[in-house]
Design a protein around this ligand. Structure first.
Ligand SMILES: [Zn+2]
Length: 150
């Protein structure tokens, strides 16, 4: 028996990870965009628990704390339909660090670095709560501050 490098449960496969975790690893194998060591780091960091049938590993979204699963198929994800499917995201463009993110948040964030994304969402939220000419101007000012010189 060997310990799964991601969930630490014992398994008797010849792989680094147990079958449930390995399903996720395999999805991203041979994709140069995602180096395997960074992928494993992200999964170890985000691991939550096994599903009831012990067959699927659940992970926590870095940005929302919401626990969910990766897609079992290899189809392109729909924005709304697959909002809760987990994906991998470069937390900051240019950095190699990968994190686990809900598909909907990943799509919204696009390639904005996380600290800027956070500020944009907060500023937008303030505007949406009480939309007015005044809040538009305030939002414009904030957005210019966030994206100036980037
Ligand atoms: Zn595992």
């Amino acid at each position: 028996m060997v310990k799964c490098d991601i969930c630490e449960e014992e398994h008797c496969l010849a792989t680094q990870s147990c079958s449930a975790c390995n399903k996720v690893v395999k999805k991203y194998q041979n994709k140069t965009k995602y180096p395997m060591d960074k992928l494993r780091d992200a999964l170890i960091h985000a691991y939550s628990h096994k599903g009831t049938d012990n067959n699927e590993s659940h992970f926590k979204c870095e940005y929302t704390g919401i626990v969910s699963k990766f897609n079992s198929k290899n189809e392109t994800l729909g924005t709304s339909k697959d909002a809760f499917i987990l994906t991998l995201d470069h937390k900051d463009s240019g950095s190699k660090e990968l994190v686990v993110s809900l598909n909907i948040i990943n799509k919204m964030k696009s390639d904005i670095p996380f600290d800027k994304f956070e500020k944009v969402v907060i500023a937008l939220g303030e505007h949406f709560k009480n939309e007015s000419e005044e809040s538009s101007k305030e939002l414009e000012k904030t957005l210019k501050q966030i994206f100036d010189g980037s």
